[in-house]
Design a protein around this ligand. Structure first.
Ligand code: BGC
Length: 725
């Protein structure tokens, strides 16, 4: 599907060229900078209203200068929770709620989705991003953008690119090699632009390979606009700009927020002094007005914020939170048989005050907050006694709580629900986590409770991985993420078996921080963050390096069981220019309705080894997935599509090769082959011919079937029009 034309809208299209032409130089420049923290300039004489932007991924916060004292918002699950659903339909519906709420707050531009990758578990904003995998991230971003833009709100994909650390985020340079940039970090943006037709892009604060992104013509004008056909507008992250002419010529359109540092009046000066051609300013204004017109913003009249709290949203957000909940282990304790429970001991600081979202610009004021403890008491009625001991302080729990008291409270209980986790201060924007351990001595609390009571379910309420080195001693462990305003209800639904824990890990849970791919190069030093692991992010690293993990990417248990049947590929050979689908039957062989996620990974020949005659490839990479809900005994067939991009790598090419070769005596080359693929002159996506495996299963570590496919490939680059599947 080509990138949609932003001018292609229903409604009353304006003559944007004429509108741009009617603006004075000063007015055009004024449109390139915010007039306050969130809004663009208005020009009543031409009928151009102010357009209001709002954060952020898990809700529409609305017009505010601070992150507090704000009108309430529907708080949908944060991105790791949405990522764990592996379900584009859920993500699309969730983002549509945010878009609707944005409109209720008089906003037309939503500053979301965030599609940076989980490069390192301690990055402060992991909770705000979907996954460690660019294909899962990209496909969910497409769904998110669709839900927003179908509701006439501009989605802003952010932060382009290499924004995977908070430490010195305004100055650091992410040193990313070109293959990793193309194959991993740019890929979600490519999905967003080329498949979803996203209308706005936000640049990152950081530099990429030494150049600040707003000044980077190769990234903005080159890759984004010329290669991918992006037709929307590009804005800065808040205060993330320092140059005028460089940024304007690189392809940046809007500086946010006020006061202007580089655009606005400085652009007038640049045009007057001849440093910048006025036609460049015209293009910037034209792009912005075209997008505003596309969503109908040019016809808006200001309205007061009137956020609505709807029952139907409660029900959906509750289901979405359960759909993203990952049951990591279960020896049969769950779901609880409520009638057999006379006393439940609830323990842990997050049991009375859950964390439903992370901190920073993602913060919203939810319409309400729920306590799992109170809900459990309410829903179990008088039949089951529910006791509570926080165990440790924190998350609203007073400085006097003791682990001893908590351990004592579990004596004689029929089961223990231990809810531990982080909070929106621990996981936030602006700084990274210091440690992967649970804060405030909670790991000790967990160990002590687990040794005191064998029937304990540990509910982990964090937005990003925490160390779970006690997991094997627990009867059950659930990862809830930051699941939004209905998380408390969703937790009880899952404990009582009223909902399936439908999630699968969108990110690997490592054994320890020392095993992680970026250990040693995170958070960077001397203003440089070397992406030294290159292509080996997440499971690509653990599998290629043969390192054990605590829980593998894609893992998650169900309350029922499934059989994944023999896959049926539509062809055994993938010819150039063709795609291939694999039909996979899935049967629910258990007793309850539940969800399975079928995952397809492509394993290239010789993957994982550095070969003298080819390119280094990770052992395998996720290329397609499908989630299916089935009743007991029911079978459904899912279809997984791959095309040549699914098998390709990005070759940076070696234009120096002819000169280098000419320096050598011919005898140097006599002993070996000199395949042309080693030194191509044209950068691009290439596929090496060979027998590839399609590894199909229920996690990266649980592959149930392998299908071999002959890929013809040739030595020419894939057509630039070929979209990632
Ligand atoms: C964040 C952006 C956010 C912006 C506006 C910045 O600090 O990095 O993601 O949209 O603030 O709040």
């Amino acid at each position: 599907m080509p990138s949609p034309d932003p001018s292609d809208k229903a409604g009353s299209p304006r003559d944007i060229a004429a509108l741009t032409g009617a603006l004075t130089l000063e007015e055009k420049a004024a449109l390139t900078v915010g007039i306050d923290n969130w809004r663009t300039a208005s020009f009543p004489r031409l009928g151009i209203p102010s357009v209001r932007t709002t954060d952020g991924p898990n809700g529409a916060r609305g017009d505010t200068r601070s992150h507090s004292s704000i009108t309430p918002s529907v708080c949908i699950p944060s991105a790791t929770s949405l990522g764990a659903t592996w379900d584009p339909a859920v993500v699309e519906r969730a983002s549509a709620i945010v878009a609707r709420q944005a409109r209720e707050k008089d906003c037309r531009v939503l500053l979301a989705p965030t599609v940076n990758l989980h490069r390192h578990p301690l990055w402060g904003r992991n909770f705000e991003c979907f996954s460690e995998d660019p294909v899962l991230t990209g496909k969910l971003a497409v769904a998110y953008i669709g839900g927003v833009q179908d509701n006439d709100v501009v989605a802003t994909i952010k932060h382009l690119v290499g924004n995977e650390v908070e430490h010195e985020r305004n100055t650091c340079s992410s040193e990313i090699d070109e293959r990793a940039l193309r194959e991993l970090y740019l890929l979600p943006f490519e999905y967003g632009v080329r498949i979803a037709g996203v209308l706005a892009v936000m640049t990152a604060y950081n530099r990429v390979n030494g150049r600040f992104v707003p000044d980077d013509a190769r990234l903005l004008d080159g890759i984004l606009r010329n290669e991918w056909g992006f037709a929307g507008f590009v804005m800065t992250d808040w205060c993330g700009i320092a140059t005028t002419v460089d940024a304007a010529t690189a392809g940046l359109d809007l500086e946010m927020p006020t006061p202007a540092r580089a655009f606005g009046p400085a652009l007038v000066d640049a045009v007057r002094s001849g440093e910048l051609d006025e036609t460049q300013l015209d293009k910037m204004v034209h792009r912005m007005l075209t997008v505003f017109d596309r969503v109908g913003a040019l016809d808006d009249v200001p309205v007061d914020e009137h956020p609505e709290d709807r029952e139907e949203d409660h029900a959906f957000v509750r289901r979405a939170a359960a759909d993203g909940m990952v049951l990591l282990t279960n020896d049969g304790l769950l779901p609880f048989e409520a009638s057999g429970l006379h006393r439940i001991a609830v323990v842990g600081p997050n049991a009375d005050r859950l964390t439903i979202m992370g901190g920073g610009s993602a913060l919203v004021t939810p319409h309400y907050l729920l306590s799992p403890l109170a809900l459990l008491r309410e829903r179990l009625g008088g039949a089951t006694e529910v006791t509570y001991a926080p165990g440790v302080a924190g998350n609203g729990v007073a400085d006097k709580e003791s682990i001893e008291a908590a351990v004592k409270s579990v004596e004689g209980a029929d089961a223990v629900v231990l809810i531990v986790g982080t909070d929106e201060v621990w996981e936030s924007e602006g700084y990274d986590r210091e440690s992967m351990e649970l804060p405030r001595n909670q790991d000790e609390l967990v160990r002590r409770v687990l040794s005191a009571h064998p029937r304990t379910v540990v509910v982990v309420n964090s937005g990003a991985p925490v160390t779970l080195d006690w997991a094997e001693s627990a009867a059950a462990v659930i990862q809830t993420w930051f699941g939004g305003q209905e998380l408390a209800n969703a937790i009880i639904d899952v404990l009582l078996g009223e909902s399936e824990p439908g999630g699968r890990l969108p990110t690997t849970l490592p054994m320890c921080i020392e095993h992680t791919p970026a250990f040693g190069s995170f958070p960077g030093e001397s203003s440089h963050v070397r992406y030294s692991e290159s292509l080996l992010v997440g499971y690509r690293w653990y599998e290629t390096r043969r390192l054990p993990v605590r829980f593998a990417f894609g893992h998650g248990l169900s309350y029922t069981s499934f059989e994944i049947g023999a896959p049926r590929p539509s062809a055994s050979k993938l010819q150039p220019g063709r795609s291939l689908s694999v039909e996979v039957p899935v049967t629910n062989i258990g007793q309850r309705r539940g969800a399975e996620v079928v995952q397809l990974y492509v394993a290239p020949p010789g993957g994982g080894r550095s070969r003298p005659d080819g390119r280094f490839r990770p052992v395998k990479e996720l290329r397609a997935f499908a989630k299916v809900w089935l009743d007991p005994g029911e079978t459904a067939t899912v279809s997984l599509e791959v095309n040549e991009r699914s098998f390709a790598y990005y070759d940076i090419a070696d234009t120096d090769w002819p000169a280098l070769r000419a320096r050598m005596p011919a005898s140097v080359f006599n002993h070996g082959r000199e395949p042309s693929s080693l030194h191509r002159s044209q950068p691009g996506w290439y596929v090496d011919p060979g027998t590839y495996q399609l590894r199909i299963g229920r996690s990266s570590a649980d592959i149930t079937h392998v299908v071999e496919v002959e890929v013809t490939g040739d030595d020419s680059p894939l057509p630039s029009s070929l979209l990632p599947q």
